[in-house]
Ligand binder design. Structure first.
Ligand code: CU
Length: 130
C-alpha cells in the first residue's frame, strides 16, 4: 500500500464518518424538537398546579409605549396579568411572532396574552383595539 492509497483510505473513512454524523443531524433536530416537547411536559407539570389548569390565558389590556423591531421587543404599559402574578406596570416583552411588531405603533391600545417562554416574558397573542 502506498502512502497515497493510505491517505485516500483515511480520507474515505473521514468522509464516511462525516457523512454518518451529518446523517445524524436530522435526528439531532428531532431530538431538539423532543426537547421542546420535554419543555412542554415540564410545562404540563407546572400546569398541574391548582391555578394553572390549562385554562385559556387571560386577555390583558395594554398600551404600546415603544416598538423595538430590531430586538423583537415591545414596551407595553399593561394592566394586571393574573397568570404571571404581575401587577400593572410598564415593561418590555419579547414577542412570540415578529409579525406582531408590524401590527402596532406607539400609543396603540392592545389586548394581549403573555406567558413566560424559555424564561422570557413573551407576548403570545396580540390584538389592536380599534
Ligand atoms: Cu409587567
Amino acid at each position: 500500500m502506498t502512502h497515497t492509497e493510505e491517505n485516500t483510505m483515511k480520507y474515505t473513512l473521514t468522509t464516511l464518518m462525516l457523512t454518518a454524523s451529518l446523517a445524524w443531524m436530522p435526528q439531532l433536530a428531532t431530538a431538539d424538537t423532543a426537547g421542546n416537547v420535554a419543555g412542554g411536559v415540564s410545562g404540563a407539570i407546572s400546569g398541574a398546579l391548582p391555578d394553572q389548569s390549562g385554562a385559556p390565558l387571560p386577555q390583558v389590556d395594554g398600551e404600546i409605549r415603544k416598538v423595538d423591531a430590531t430586538a423583537g421587543k415591545l414596551t407595553v404599559r399593561h394592566g394586571p396579568i393574573g397568570n404571571l402574578d404581575m401587577a400593572a406596570m410598564t415593561m418590555v416583552f419579547r414577542v412570540k411572532d415578529p409579525g406582531m411588531l408590524a401590527q402596532v405603533q406607539t400609543g396603540d391600545k392592545v389586548r394581549f396574552t403573555a406567558e413566560r417562554l424559555d424564561g422570557l416574558l413573551t407576548i403570545t397573542s396580540l390584538t389592536v383595539e380599534k
